[in-house]
Design a protein around this ligand. Structure first.
Ligand SMILES: [Mg+2]
Length: 234
């Protein structure tokens, strides 16, 4: 393994995942997703055996529809309804959204270091913005530079759209010092596919053991402990 170029303090940019990394929203958006599917096709999705961590919203909609024998032709209608349901109950989102421990401290250090920060998330743009607003994370997050579930058909495409927004068409020249911070193996796979660095934080549903040994630059229990943050900062 090559020696790291430097820690997060020397990053060219930081692309944060939202759910399980920056914040949790208490299942408000997840419940809206199930309701959206039910309203569009008239049947409640079956969740048995499905896992969604790190997937983008169009993929989740496809899986939910498939669980009740519907094809992906309904995906656009489901995502539209999801947006409407979330926007119609922003109060619930605000009441249930919690920024995870240590996040604002790391963000403040990045601001002091002059590092641009945005999001790479599976959430569609409007829902991502509602969550970030509920968490009072805009700024330091610049949502205009982000990649969203409706910015591409895969997480890699979503991230690439953010890289173009942050760095322009020569983004690859900045990739080896650009970090993705996420909470699932899919965040890491996305970073690896684009030559980005990656920190995985076990603040979501996946524990440190399951995140270790996959090739991330850093694996942390959370952002709330001084030792972990020191390792991340490098
Ligand atoms: Mg996540």
């Amino acid at each position: 393994m090559t020696a790291p170029v430097g820690g997060l303090g020397a990053a060219s940019a930081v692309l944060w995942d939202i759910d399980g990394t920056l914040l949790t929203s208490g299942g408000v958006a997840a419940q809206a997703f199930l309701r959206a599917v039910e309203e569009v096709v008239g049947r409640r999705p079956v969740l048995d055996g499905l896992e969604f961590g790190g997937r983008i919203d169009p993929e989740i909609a496809t899986l939910l529809l498939a669980s009740i024998d519907h094809d992906d032709s309904h995906v656009p209608a489901v995502l539209k309804r999801l947006d409407e349901l979330v926007q119609a109950d922003l109060e619930a989102l605000h009441a249930h959204t919690r920024v995870l421990p240590g996040v604002t401290g790391v963000m403040a250090r990045l601001v002091d270091a002059g590092v641009p920060q945005t999001v790479v998330t599976g959430n569609i743009r409007s829902v991502a913005r509602a969550k970030l607003t509920a968490g009072e994370l805009i700024p330091p997050i610049d949502p205009e530079l982000g990649g969203y579930g409706d910015s591409g058909t895969t997480r890699v495409e979503v991230a690439r759209s953010s890289l173009v927004a942050v760095f322009g068409d020569d983004w690859a020249a900045h990739a080896d010092n650009c970090w993705i911070i996420g909470d699932t193996p899919r965040d890491l796979a996305c970073a690896q596919a684009l030559g980005l660095r990656c920190a995985l934080v076990a603040s979501g549903r996946t524990g440190v053991d399951a995140l270790s040994g996959l090739g991330a630059d850093v694996v942390l229990g959370g952002l709330g402990t001084t030792d972990d943050v020191a390792r991340l900062w490098g």
